[in-house]
Design a protein around this ligand. Structure first.
Ligand SMILES: NC(=O)c1ccc[n+]([C@@H]2O[C@H](COP(=O)([O-])OP(=O)(O)OC[C@H]3O[C@@H](n4cnc5c(N)ncnc54)[C@H](O)[C@@H]3O)[C@@H](O)[C@H]2O)c1
Length: 391
């Protein structure tokens, strides 16, 4: 600790660290980064200079040996997580780790054991569960589930007892991405592990968070285990989440749209900037501010169309003057995840996305890949969702 602030070490100073970690840590008044660590010392020095960080190292053990360091942020490539986390936990440092926490279940179990042995907290940056717009969507859905309010015209038909299927909720997660941006390392089974391991852990986790306290009980996946794919997850009360991930899309359109249908209502989240609600009398759309908006004057009303106008301006500016704004982003929950984890450490609260959540998303991703390989649906075993780990 220093002056009441948690002292952190950034391990892995690549693209994501530059765009999210350094700015988000700088914004949080209760933590600070003391070390920039990267196997590329040049990269670590560059980031230290850019963000005013006092120490540079290419050996993460140097930061772990420093008694002033309370927490590390792990932002390396995936396969490096386990040794770093094991060493950090043994040194009594709290761990904020990028997704995926692990590449496979055994690795995840080793991480869970290390963290519990060390008596430290771990948070996995499965950030969608902390996005303000998705919190608002879930709150509206739960409110409707508890106290359904329907459009009056719906009752023109003669009421009947609904079938079981009519009482269920479906969560559709629609992802479209342009895979030309993926570096080969992301698709390499030994490093990135492909898109299900590297990316769909986000949506598997989101679905688990959305339907908690239900747990997933069955999974079916199809398509490619490393690129475009679909995954269907069934939860313990019969609700379902379906992830459709196309890598054949375009950067000209936002990557994510979420739709929940339940009890004669539709709840739609349009790329974290707008929620629409249909089928509920008087429910108005909600708009959510961007995380970084270099064009506050353009379409200041907010929402999806406003986002598209700002994005158009971004592209036009880049084309015309080659000016690149690296600070243009919607609020996907990264800042909230960091703030909430810092609060959890300082006030001894549960981690906002702990090692079990990190493990479950990896387990589900691996089951999805197995389902593709076997071309069949598979059970999700409760003993894997709530594993017994001997510390
Ligand atoms: N939560 C999200 O939405 C989100 C978005 C993008 C990336 N990420 C995650 O962030 C992580 C990094 O992604 P990136 O795009 O910044 O990759 P990157 O390749 O740009 O950066 C990774 C950095 O880690 C360094 N590194 C590798 N092994 C190391 C080690 N043992 N010690 C110190 N440094 C080491 C590399 O030299 C590199 O600079 C990945 O796990 C990725 O999944 C998360």
């Amino acid at each position: 600790m220093r002056n009441g602030m948690l002292v952190s070490a950034q391990i892995g100073c690549g693209a994501f660290a530059e765009s999210q970690d350094f700015p988000n840590f700088a914004k949080n008044p209760k933590t600070m980064i003391k070390y920039c660590c990267d196997v590329s010392r040049e990269r670590a020095s560059h980031m230290a200079e850019k963000f005013g960080i006092e120490k540079v190292t290419s050996d993460f053990m140097e930061a772990l040996k420093d008694p002033e360091v309370d927490m590390i942020k792990v932002c390396t490539s995936h396969e490096a997580h386990l040794p770093i986390i094991e060493a950090a936990a043994a040194a009594g440092k709290h761990i904020f780790c990028e997704k995926p926490m692990a590449m496979e279940e055994k690795e995840a179990f080793q991480i869970i054991r290390a963290v519990r042995r060390g008596g430290v907290k771990l948070c996995v940056d499965l950030n969608r569960r902390m996005a303000p717009s998705l919190h608002a969507l879930r709150a509206k859905y739960l409110e409707h589930k508890k106290n359904p309010q329907h459009q009056p015209w719906r009752f023109i038909e003669k009421p009947r007892v609904p079938f079981k299927e009519e009482t269920l909720t479906h969560f559709l997660i629609n992802i479209q991405d342009e895979s030309s941006s993926y570096r080969l390392v992301h698709l390499d089974p030994l490093h990135g592990g492909g898109v299900i391991i590297g990316e769909s852990v986000h949506w598997l986790d989101l679905a688990c968070w959305f339907f908690a306290p239900q747990v997933p009980v069955r999974i079916q996946a199809w398509g490619s285990s490393r690129l475009s794919h679909g995954i269907n997850l069934t939860f313990s009360e019969g609700d379902t989440a379906t992830i459709i991930f196309s890598c054949c899309g375009t950067f000209d359109y936002p990557k994510e749209i979420y739709e929940v249908t339940s009890n004669a209502a539709l709840f739609r989240n349009k790329f974290f900037v707008e929620n629409e609600y249909f089928g509920i009398p008087g429910a108005n759309r909600e708009v959510f501010p961007l995380q970084h908006d270099p064009f506050p004057e353009t379409a200041p009303e907010g929402g999806f169309n406003s986002y598209m106008e700002k994005y158009k301006k971004l592209v036009q500016d880049a084309e015309n003057s080659k000016k690149v704004y690296n600070k243009f982003s919607v609020n996907k929950g990264h800042e909230n995840m960091l703030d909430s984890f810092v609060d959890a450490i300082l006030n001894d609260k549960p981690s906002p996305c702990d090692e079990i959540a990190g493990h479950v998303s990896t387990y589900l991703a691996k089951q999805a890949i197995k389902s593709i390989e076997l071309s069949q649906s598979l059970p999700v075993l409760y003993e894997y969702i709530r594993p017994a780990i001997q510390v």
